[in-house]
Design a protein around this ligand. Sequence first.
Ligand code: CA
Length: 232
Amino acid sequence: MSNLGEHILVVEDDTQIRNFICYSLHSEGYQYLTANTGQGAMNSLVSEQIDLMLLDLGLPDFDGIEVIKKVREWSEMPIIIVSARDQDKEKAAALDLGADDYLTKPFSATELLARIRVALRHLYKQGGNKQQTSIQVGNLKIELDKRLVFLNDTEIHTTPMEYSLLTLLFKNAGKVLTTGYIIKEIWGVGYGKDTQALRALMAGLRRKIEKSPAKPRYIMTEIGVGYRLVDE
Ligand code: CA
């Protein structure tokens, strides 16, 4: 397993967690820099070549959310949030501001490295996706030019709303999409927080594509935050 020696900025004020992350990155051959404050992160971001940032939301000087806002003014680099278990609102806000993914403490090295791989893959895929006519995850496939969905090579009939939802998830495979973001993309900004409608739409879609909707294989529920289409 090798990588391109990407430079990862680790922003975390907890020494133990920071060391654990750095050790995991080092074992995979990633280069890394560390910061333990928001200001330290900003200093590295403006002076160094950074490919991806791991960002703790609870920093001693300012909120990680503020770091995301500032970075997104000039950079599309993948940002993976590291947050505590009870920070669902903050996670959703960070994702809506442009963070790519999140890890909930405590997390394993395997989980950390998997999320980094997905985020970097998305980064390298950007721009190369324009002529794509079909997308596939496992045995589920969408033919974008014909607006058709196939499961195990059998066509699945979806409503236009279900098709929009599935396409949105596919185009962001591996990424968590917040409930608010999905509603805005599917229904438009005026719909605010009508999570009931989304839940109903999701249930209908799952019945069509999941063998066992209660134990989904493709669309995972990220409790308190949103949904994620698996990416492999
Ligand atoms: Ca912290």
